[in-house]
Design a protein around this ligand. Structure first.
Ligand code: GAR
Length: 223
């Protein structure tokens, strides 16, 4: 038994919310010691909102277009999030770039999941770009969020060999499956207080990580 209280978590989404679902499922089955308090979306039609509704998690919709500029949008978003007093904010497919003020406000308490082996392929369309480059490997990364877009200290990566003639959709699906492993894992470490950000260092079990923890898919690369 642990005496560590459940970690209060707010999740930000823009789309399907399958990573949100992975967190909801992990919480339900006791794999992560969390309380997902609220889900925020910047898109009213994001399917992930229904996933939160089904799990009885309060949802909020805040659109950037309803504010005169990014600064006022982010102030409002931060203030709504603050009202939950979360210990962790998870960007789970949240497709808005967050500014320095917002990120600094929650420094050390925001993580993001990104569909590439960072530092390769920051930004959008990662699966297509990886295939165009003819890379042998692809994957996903969970990292702490800093002011540098997709550039914060990395926690854990999932890495797969790309199959010959693999389609973008198939590759995206396989990367997603890895995301459902590494995102709950990072949250589990944070919730059990095994993982922290100190300056720009990721500390896991009192050891500074020299690089992200790597989870490799076991499938052989096809000829
Ligand atoms: C995930 O693949 C996540 O890595 C990506 O969006 C997808 C959301 O899927 N995030 C980014 O591209 C952030 N730059 P989901 O809504 O089904 O969880």
């Amino acid at each position: 038994m642990t005496n560590i209280p459940r970690l209060n978590v707010v999740v930000l989404i823009s789309g399907e919310g399958t990573n949100l679902q992975a967190l909801i499922d992990a919480e339900k089955t006791g794999k992560i010691n969390t309380r997902i308090q609220a889900v925020f979306s910047d898109r009213p039609e994001a399917p992930g909102i229904k996933r939160a509704n089904r799990a009885n998690i309060p949802t909020h919709y805040l659109a950037r277009s309803d504010f005169p500029n990014r600064a006022t949008y982010e102030l409002e978003l931060a203030s709504h999030i603050d009202s939950y007093e979360p210990g962790l904010i998870v960007l789970a497919g949240f497709m808005k770039v967050l500014g320095a003020g917002f990120v600094r406000h929650f420094c050390g308490k925001i993580i993001n999941i990104h569909p590439s082996l960072l530092p390769r392929y920051r930004g959008l369309d990662t699966h297509r770009r990886v295939l165009e480059e003819g890379d042998e490997k692809h994957g996903a990364t969970v990292h702490f969020v800093t002011e540098e877009l997709d550039g914060g200290p990395r926690i854990i990566q999932y890495c797969i060999p790309i199959k010959a003639k693999e389609s973008e959709a198939e590759l995206a699906q396989r990367v997603h499956e890895g995301e459902y492993i590494i995102l709950p894992q990072a949250v589990a470490w944070l919730a059990s207080q095994r993982l922290t950000l100190e300056g720009s260092n990721v500390i896991l079990d009192d050891q500074k990580l020299e690089g992200p923890i790597l989870i490799e898919d076991k499938h052989e690369r096809s000829p």
